[in-house]
Design a protein around this ligand. Structure first.
Ligand code: SAM
Length: 316
């Protein structure tokens, strides 16, 4: 069994709450290092004082490491962990610095061990995602197939936020549109959009690892050969008039994207947002309405929400 270690740097007061968050995300155990434990060291029962200079230790805050089995695709749980830790401030706990990292515990195979558990999955009525290393033949006449290896990028297609995005794409796409995919990750939404008949796609991600993974996946899917993928911070500097913009990003990032999406959409276009956790839903709705979007659909899977927003024309 391969294990992935996820480490969160936080404050001393948030140790227990962060440990709970990590366990709830499926960890099999946690290790806690708290600078206070070292500062509070007392002479042992023989009166001997431990020389801290001889023990490697952290000197400020706390660090909690959690261990996830290979069945968990860790890149898809990191944003939730970070978001839940940040939310501790609502309960009067200081989450800072809330730095989340992941690393191998055992050997080099850690980054790919989860692949054993990733199989073809029917993600919408018409779309099946097939891991790039598996053979699969469609079982129904209208079933489309896309091939995917998310590598270390978010976007296997199975996460609720991605599934909601895919279902909403299926709802709004008629064929031939110009679409922008913000926060493309593995490229899953761009490839799916092409498979659903969209004309032109631009895909962006802040993370170079994602841009590389997306390009590799575009290369695996001839239908998406003409998708343009590039590194970019949201839609900063982009001047496109698109029919559809899709963004499966955390709510905090969707809010500043709303005015950029409005500027890059044709009137009559759709802005699909996903990645919105329960208690941020009202904030995203308020930002969309303040920018004159009309909400045409709201869907939910577990704690996650997705919205289809329509930009009215002068005639509407
Ligand atoms: C939740 S993942 C979604 C991946 C994929 N689109 C999906 O639906 O499965 C969000 C992606 O947004 C990217 N991202 C985060 N902040 C961003 C920003 N400011 N600009 C562009 N991309 C960003 C992340 O690197 C990550 O790949």
């Amino acid at each position: 069994m391969q294990w992935t270690e996820v480490t969160v740097k936080t404050s001393n007061e948030a140790v227990e709450a962060v440990s709970n968050i990590l366990m709830e995300a499926g960890a099999s155990g946690v290790k806690i290092e708290d600078a206070l434990d070292y500062q509070n060291l007392k002479p042992d029962r023989y009166g001997e004082i431990i020389d801290l200079a001889t023990i490697p230790h952290i000197t400020a805050g706390a660090q909690i490491s959690a261990y996830y089995p290979e069945t968990v695709f860790v890149p898809e749980i990191l944003p939730t962990i970070k978001q839940r830790v940040a939310k501790l401030s609502d309960f009067g706990l200081d989450p800072a610095p809330n730095e989340v990292t992941m690393a191998a515990v055992t050997d080099e195979a850690w980054a790919t061990a989860w692949k054993k558990y990733y199989h073809p999955v029917r993600v919408t009525r018409y779309l099946t995602i097939v891991p790039s290393w598996e053979d699969y033949q469609p079982v129904q006449p209208h079933e489309s197939i896309m091939r995917l290896d998310p590598g270390m990028a978010f976007g296997t297609g199975t996460h609720p936020t991605t599934r909601l995005s895919l279902q909403n794409l299926e709802t709004v796409i008629h064929g031939g549109e110009h679409l922008i995919d913000v926060g493309t990750g593995s490229g899953v939404l761009s490839i799916a959009a092409k498979a659903m008949g969209v004309g032109q796609v631009e895909a962006y991600d802040l993370d170079d690892v994602a841009v590389k993974a997306a390009q590799d996946n575009l290369d695996l899917n001839p239908v998406a050969a003409d998708v343009k993928v590039a590194a970019n911070d949201l839609l900063t500097g982009i001047q496109t008039q698109a029919d559809i913009i899709v963004a499966n990003i955390l709510a905090e990032i969707i809010v500043p994207l709303v005015p950029q999406a409005k500027a890059n959409l044709k009137p009559g276009g759709y802005f699909i947002t996903s990645g919105i956790i329960d208690d941020k839903f009202a904030t995203v709705m308020a930002a969309l309405k303040a920018a004159d979007f009309k909400i045409t659909q709201h869907t939910q899977m577990g704690d996650w929400h997705s919205i289809i927003a329509y930009l009215p024309t002068d005639e509407d």
